[in-house]
Design a protein around this ligand. Structure first.
Ligand code: NAD
Length: 250
């Protein structure tokens, strides 16, 4: 992994139970940060947090559905209390897919994906931004998708939510820049996780053929970019979106 020193810093990662979020939480912890891991499944989240702590980290589990205002408010209060009012890094990673063609997409499929993927980052950012402003320091990293940049058949809801995350990132970066708070977005390409494990093998092979580096990405590929944006040394970089996709959408 990229070497970054985050000792003494506190981080919050949503969707940290598995996949990319778990990879990010592990990487931030290995860099020295204390990590608040947010997820919805208590048993699985506690297993992931135990794994981070067994490796010498300092992680804590928090149950919260990021699309629910009251839950985000309660959990953010608790995290700020536990972390002495200081949260340096927020990674909005939690996300879901409910793929289908737009002509048969239900209201529920549309609303659920927008709620978790777009409302979630908004609620979480709003919840922690005052504490960051007070300390005049912050690193907010929003996980988008190349689907939000170039679109993807069957993902009208998901692409719209991820394009929204990019617009949200750019605007919030402008609002917070004078407080030494950077806001950036990472647009992963095809990363091997439970989310992509359910895809049709024919589509998976087609996808792989479209990746110039010739392999799928791993959560570590995304975590390395998070480490860069989370570092105090990336203070002149804000409002950016970087595709980590093996060259797929170049
Ligand atoms: P995943 O399904 O393996 O993990 C998603 C995590 O989010 C899980 O821990 C889940 O519990 C959590 N989560 C879901 N809904 C939640 C909610 N309402 N509140 C709190 N937590 C919730 O997915 P992943 O592949 O690790 O994806 C992580 C992020 O990366 C997502 O935002 C996804 O859209 C994005 N992404 C993934 C890929 C990929 O190829 N895997 C590509 C582009 C973008």
């Amino acid at each position: 992994m990229i070497q970054v020193d985050l000792k003494g810093q506190n981080a919050v990662v949503t969707g940290a139970t598995r996949g990319i979020g778990f990879g990010i939480a592990k990487a931030l912890s290995a860099a020295g940060a204390a990590v608040a891991c947010i997820g919805t499944n208590a048993e699985k989240l506690s297993k992931s947090v135990d794994e981070i702590n067994a490796a010498g980290g300092s992680a804590k589990a928090y149950i919260c559905d990021v699309s629910k205002s009251d839950q985000v408010e309660a959990v953010s209060k608790q995290i700020l209390e536990d972390f002495g009012g200081k949260v340096d890094i927020l990674v909005n990673n939690a996300g879901i897919t409910k793929d289908t063609l737009v002509r048969v997409m239900t209201d529920e499929q549309w609303d659920d994906v927008i709620a978790v993927n777009l409302r979630g980052p908004f609620l979480m950012t709003r919840a922690f931004v005052s504490a960051m402003r007070k300390k005049k320091y912050g690193r907010i990293i929003n996980i988008s998708s190349i689907s939000g940049l170039i679109g993807n058949r069957g993902q009208a809801n998901y692409s719209a939510s991820k394009a929204g995350v990019i617009g949200f990132t750019r605007t919030v970066s402008k609002e917070l820049a004078n407080r030494n708070i950077t806001v950036n977005s990472i647009a992963p390409g095809f990363i091997e996780t439970d989310m992509t494990a359910v895809l049709d093998p024919v589509i998976v092979t087609e996808m792989k053929n479209r990746i110039p580096v010739g392999r799928f990405g791993s959560p570590d590929d995304i975590a390395n970019a998070v480490l860069y944006f989370a570092s105090p040394d990336s203070s002149f970089v804000t409002g950016q979106v970087i595709a980590i996709d093996g060259g797929m959408i170049m």
